[in-house]
Design a protein around this ligand. Structure first.
Ligand SMILES: [Fe+2]
Length: 321
């Protein structure tokens, strides 16, 4: 079979799997938009300019950091993953869930963050939590092969315990979903799952990428959540904070911004690559009745360094008010 014919056969297999998993419309829409727009520098997403897709400038940024004497310190920083703790109190958290702990891991860019992935494999087995959420950006680049990223995620998953849930980021392709689910990660693609303890239930929803591919659908994700139920939303980007808050979510867990990744002294980001108030670029924040958290992420993109912005994984401790 020729290379092209082989590619078509493989695409048919993936398309069949995705249509069965997501429904015909979502699968074809996502794959079609990926084919038309992946790696586009201007336009397409929520913001106009996408530095992560401008591959020719990445080497220039690396050189500039080397000349400034910051590169190797930045490389060491990129492997210094911090475990951060975020306690949030909610009036309507059911009693049975008082004290539940969620481990959030975001923006792994696993195939381009080898040092960080090694550090994570050492860190996570010792952590205590009830469930783990992965908030997207598993792959380093925004197009091309995704198998190396999946292989690194599979190694990480061996050190994780409890139920795993995930959403896709703007660096990910929908074609990764079958493999991620085979690893035991329940991907939430404009979907929601109930989580029950005794007779009480909370809801965990997740949306497909809202930043670049714009295939998020909060209405669909929230459709089965009773209006007075406690609900958490996973979204790779926090840019949908308004829609999430007014849809009635209690907590929004996100990543995407990398906290700027390369920051000025005082952790002031040069760019967040987002349409977002700066206060929502990293850490805990609130919007109306909704609590939010933006993880600065565990990996790196564009260049493999972090300056004044150490990588993190986060333990969210949910308490009743
Ligand atoms: Fe990212």
């Amino acid at each position: 079979m020729g290379r092209e014919a082989c590619g078509f056969a493989m695409n048919d297999v993936v398309l069949g799997k995705l249509e069965r998993r997501l429904g015909r419309l979502h699968a074809r829409q996502r794959l079609g938009i990926e084919t038309d727009h992946e790696a586009q520098i201007f336009g397409q997403g929520l913001n106009f300019f996408h530095i992560e897709n401008w591959y020719s400038i990445h080497a220039f940024i690396r050189l500039a950091l080397m000349l400034a004497g910051l590169y190797w310190r930045g490389r060491r920083n990129a492997e210094s993953i911090q475990v951060r703790y975020n306690t949030v109190r909610f009036a309507r958290l059911p009693e049975a869930f008082d004290g539940i702990t969620l481990l959030q891991i975001s923006d792994l860019h696993a195939d381009q963050s080898e040092g960080a992935m090694r550090r994570l494999a050492e860190l996570v087995p010792a952590l205590s939590y009830d469930l783990c959420v992965l908030t997207g950006d598993y792959r380093g680049a925004t197009y091309g092969p995704f198998e190396p990223a999946l292989a690194a995620i599979e190694v990480l998953c061996r050190g994780l315990h409890g139920p795993l849930y995930g959403v896709l980021g703007n660096h990910d392709t929908i074609r990764m979903v079958p493999a991620l689910e085979d690893m035991g990660i329940r991907m939430l693609l404009n979907e929601c799952v109930p989580i029950s303890r005794g007779r009480e239930t909370i809801y965990l929803a997740g949306i497909d990428d809202a930043h670049y591919y714009r295939v998020d659908n909060i209405q669909e994700a929230a459709a089965e959540i009773p209006h007075d139920a406690f609900a958490i939303l996973l979204s790779h980007t926090p840019e949908i904070y308004r829609q999430a808050a007014h849809a009635g979510f209690d907590l929004l867990l996100s990543g995407h911004t990398h906290g700027g990744q390369i920051c000025l002294p005082g952790s002031v980001p040069v760019t967040l690559d987002s349409v977002l108030p700066r206060a929502m670029g990293a850490g805990a924040w609130n919007y109306h009745e909704m609590a939010g958290y933006t993880s600065v992420g565990a990996g790196t993109a564009v260049v493999p360094v972090r300056i004044n912005c150490l990588p993190e994984i986060t333990l969210h401790h949910l308490r009743r008010q």
